[in-house]
Design a protein around this ligand. Sequence first.
Ligand code: PA5
Length: 450
Amino acid sequence: MGNIKLELGGIAKFVNQNEIDNFLALAPVCNSALHEKTGKGNDYLGWVNLPNEISDKQLADVNETANNLRKLAEIVVVIGIGGSYLGAKAVIDSLSGSFDYATPSIGNTQIIYAGHNISEDYLFELKKYLENKKWAIIVISKSGTTTEPALAFRLLKNDLEQQFGKAEAAKRIVAITDESKGALRKLSENEGYKTFVIPDDVGGRYSVLTPVGLLPIAVAGFDINKLVAGAKKMYAETDNSVSIDQNLAAKYAAARNALYVKGKTTEIMVNYNPKLHFIAEWWKQLYGESEGKEEKGIFPASVNFTTDLHSMGQYIQEGLRNIFETVVSVNNTKYKVQVPKDEHDLDSLNFLAGRNVDDVNKMAELGTKLAHIDGGVPNIRIEIPEISEFYIGQLIYFFEKACGISGYMLDVNPFDQPGVEGYKKNMFALLGKPGFEEDTLAINKRLQAE
Ligand code: PA5
């Protein structure tokens, strides 16, 4: 046990304490605006209280549904995109064994994903993979109208019904969507699917602690009660009653904004454990969609070290100096592996004999931090004691809270995403969707002129 730690020593060469304090001074107002629901986008602040509001009854319902699916299926396909799949994938990947996917079975249910791309090859291969297997579907869409998941669901629902018959297929489908609106709600009612509700006031990228994340995570065999308990602890530690110099989310938000105004416009999330790869993917959506608007915002990027030290390391060390790193470091590994002694020592690694592999990893992390600071890259370090449901729950809520505060410091609405509509309008116009006739004419004219 231990606590999540935030270390800001690695940015001291680049911003002084006053510059951080100027942003920290804004944090109480920003944090209160989140809790009191007085800031921009205040109709989407349901996530702030989620860890406290999820009842035992709701968790029991999610767990019971997950157990039913685990008894029915060796594979559950989670259909969703953006905030409707990244949170679940981030948590499941971080907690899963690296090779668990290779041995799906009833009770050890494998989670796979669909509806997060429009690749014909992906869907063909998925359909083939599912043939004659025992499988089920969790379909997630708040709006119920997003093209990617709707398309995947249409295809897979058809396959499921052909394989199991309509009545049995309906027992193998769980839908998570709006309480009353949208095509998925209507379809679920018509077909009699088990459903869960995405609250109106929780946007996709803040929804991992609703059934959107909790159901797939529970189906994958993880303890959602502990995940929520972790989030609840971080809620208490970042509440607006907590003094701002004790509030890690406020300090992280202030540090990154201080770096941003000094020209550090790209933040790279770094891990030294591949299990955290999708935590960074989730974080990129959270920060990118929340802050990237009105022609401002830090660009969120990510790397997996030490793997990417052999690809992106050169750029980070010596490329354009507009970047800073935020390292998520795991203090304790789950397992121990020691370097064996070798009689001939042809690889010259005997100096490491008897030491744990993680010692090497930790020295790689420290060495990289120092080298990158020397190269002009500020380093924020977030340490979690271990990868477990409890600490991943804390980490999720920490990043969500910091994102809300940071967005308000930047003076944007961190809870909308108007910019994602542009591509949809063009795609529908190009595909000739009914209702888009004028856009179709305009886009065809434009393409002819180009
Ligand atoms: O954060 C968001 O709101 C988006 O990423 C959505 O989650 C994503 O577009 C999917 O939307 P929906 O759940 O309505 O299908």
